[in-house]
Write a protein that binds this ligand. Structure first.
Ligand SMILES: Nc1ncnc2c1ncn2[C@@H]1O[C@H](COP(=O)(O)OP(=O)(O)OP(=O)(O)O)[C@@H](O)[C@H]1O
Ligand SMILES: [Mg+2]
Length: 470
């Protein structure tokens, strides 16, 4: 058996809890209040205007009658009243003697004692020729004339009361209409917004359940929900990118550590099997350690690249002089270069070259490039290191005069673990340029490999930091 509190109540409860509903409801209340106030003001004003009009009609009549009184005394007044009282209409007249007895007029009866007090009043009355009870109502003005005579001029209010009733009914139905329209509008807006939010919730639930390629629907209206969906989609895209990067790194680590790990293992096994003298064993152990060092370097490089592609790597950015970093790295590599018969030239223009970024990472990137130049730029010649400010950017260059990289291979060498055929005789893992690329991307710069004819010229362009050091 179903009860009243079944499913629909739950759904309604949901609706009541939504922001859209609360907002629309608040608007409804505010709107209804204003509508009520405005309508009430109009009704009140209309009824006052009616009263005013009646009072001024009465005043005009009184003016006319007092003219008559001034010209011809009571006699003239009585005859004027008699004439006017005979005409049909809402105007009422009465002249009485001091005892309150009617001399002339179209009023038959009044509440007792009313005629005694002069002034303006609203009271019931009976009209001559009508019913005996006091069923009509009128606004009246009473005057005392010399000799105790009384003059009453009035106007029936039936017309006014009918108009008032009409205004009252209109007022009631208008308020009702506003309420109904408001409720319908509220329900419409709330349920429409709710439907879109529900769809978004459903999509995010699917994404959480593992459908990482799922994206929120964008309605194309450019409203808040669209912007939210857009940003969430961009966020999902970024998360997906990071996850792919992470997966690539772990795949690469697994794949590329396999060979050196197997080599390490074989070397150790072979040493156990064949080395008979302590010296042979020692040599084998040294080989094992060398192999392990290579593994550790690969690990470090891969982890560093992964960290750079992570989200928070920009946290420890600082403002520094990149010319000083170039000088320091050059000094560090000077001995190694001259050992290889290469001359290291440094040109820095317009010092200080302010940059916003990571001093250590820029230094590491330059070191990798110089390392390559020393490794592949031989057997003789020079390595040119340059740093200069060009417009809003800082341009860093490392150029050698070796064989260079053929243009079709220049895009490829930036990938992880890519080493060209000619480089195989040299130590290395093919991670140096990948790290440089990651550092440049982190600093929102660009990396270009160019022909130095002969040799390779690597140019890094980075957005310059605020020279005031801000
Ligand atoms: N200055 C250069 N001249 C000629 N070839 C270069 C030069 N720099 C890099 N290369 C080529 O690009 C490849 C990738 O360079 P990268 O620095 O990424 O790796 P690596 O130097 O081989 O190893 P690692 O830097 O990890 O020790 C190199 O193996 C080499 O074939
Ligand atoms: Mg290298």
């Amino acid at each position: 058996m179903t009860t009243l509190e079944d499913a629909p109540a739950g759904r309604l409860g949901n609706l009541f809890r939504t922001t859209a509903f609360k907002l629309s409801f608040a608007y409804l209340v505010v709107f209804a209040t204003f509508a009520l106030l405005a309508l009430g003001y109009v009704a009140w004003n209309a009824s006052r205007a009616l009263d005013d009009q009646m009072v001024s009609t009465i005043e005009a009549e009184i003016n006319g009658l007092s003219e008559q009184y001034k010209v011809g005394g009571l006699r003239r007044l009585i005859s004027a009243v008699e004439r006017r009282a005979g005409e049909p209409g809402a105007s009422l007249y009465l002249v009485t003697n001091a005892a309150g007895e009617r001399i002339v007029g179209n009023i038959d009866a009044l509440p007792t004692g009313l005629i005694v007090d002069p002034g303006q009043t609203e009271a019931n009355y009976a009209r001559i020729g009508g019913a005996q009870n006091l069923e009509h109502r009128a606004i009246m003005q009473i005057f005392v004339l010399p000799g105790g005579f009384r003059l009453l001029v009035g106007r029936d209010v039936a017309e006014r009361d009918r108009l008032r009733a009409v205004i009252g009914r209109t007022f009631g139905s208008s308020v009702g209409l506003v309420m109904v329209l408001g409720v319908i509008g509220t329900w419409f807006i709330a349920s429409r917004v709710l439907r879109r939010v529900d769809a978004m919730t459903e999509t995010t639930r699917r994404i959480m359940a593992g459908d990482l390629d799922g994206r929120l629907a964008v309605a194309g209206t450019g409203d808040e929900l669209d912007r939210l969906a857009h940003n969430l989609n961009a966020m999902l895209e970024r998360i997906g990118e990071l996850m792919r990067g992470l997966r690539d790194v772990s795949d690469n680590i697994a794949h590329d550590l396999k060979t050196p790990l197997t080599r390490l293992r074989n070397r150790a096994e072979e040493a156990l099997r064949t080395a008979e003298t302590p010296d042979a064993l020692r040599a084998a152990m040294e080989g094992v350690i060398e192999e392990s060092d290579g593994l550790i370097r690969i690990f470090n490089a891969l982890l560093m690249i992964a960290r750079l592609e992570g989200v928070n790597a920009r946290e420890d950015f600082q403002t520094f002089d990149v010319a000083a970093v170039v000088q320091a790295v050059a000094e560090l590599y000077e001995p190694l270069a001259s050992e290889q018969g290469l001359a290291l030239q440094v040109e820095t223009e317009g010092a200080p070259l302010t940059l916003r970024g990571s001093r250590e990472l820029i230094g590491q990137a330059l070191a990798n490039l110089i390392d390559n130049a020393v490794k592949y730029g031989g057997p003789s010649g020079e390595i040119r290191l340059s740093a200069a400010r060009v417009g809003d950017t800082v341009r860093l260059g490392v150029a050698d005069s070796g064989p260079g990289i053929p243009s079709e291979a220049r895009g490829r060498v930036l990938d992880r673990f890519v080493r060209l055929e000619e480089a195989r005789s040299r130590p290395g893992f093919g991670l140096g340029l990948s790290l440089v690329n990651a550092v440049v991307r982190l600093h929102q710069g660009t990396l270009a490999l160019e022909d130095h004819a002969p040799g390779l010229s690597v140019v890094i362009t980075l957005p310059a930091g605020d020279p005031t050091g801000g």
